[in-house]
Design a protein around this ligand. Structure first.
Ligand SMILES: [Zn+2]
Length: 90
């Protein structure tokens, strides 16, 4: 029933190559997954989201969803103001 349309046999389209890493395995937000709360007093937890220098890691690295990333940022900032975490040093 199908008209035998022969596809141009050949190679699949040009493959984009190069670039290391590229895709990262999509991690799901740990807070969504665990129903874990974000506590600004919990520096052990917050340290997972900042560098040793105190910089907040971007969402693409932490794997948090937007909502929880924002919550983390707030918690880190709050923790900084009460000197639980260092301010980012350059
Ligand atoms: Zn989340």
């Amino acid at each position: 029933m199908y008209p035998a349309k022969s596809k141009p046999a050949g190679r699949p389209g040009p493959r984009r190559e190069g670039g290391r890493g590229g895709h990262y395995k999509r991690k799901s937000c740990r807070f969504c997954a665990n129903k874990e709360g974000i506590d600004f007093k919990n520096t052990a937890q917050l340290r997972n989201f900042v560098t040793e220098r105190g910089k907040i890691l971007p969402r693409r690295i932490t794997g948090n969803c937007a909502r929880h990333q924002r919550a983390v940022i707030r918690a880190v900032k709050r923790a900084r103001t009460i000197a639980l975490l260092p301010y980012a040093t350059s």
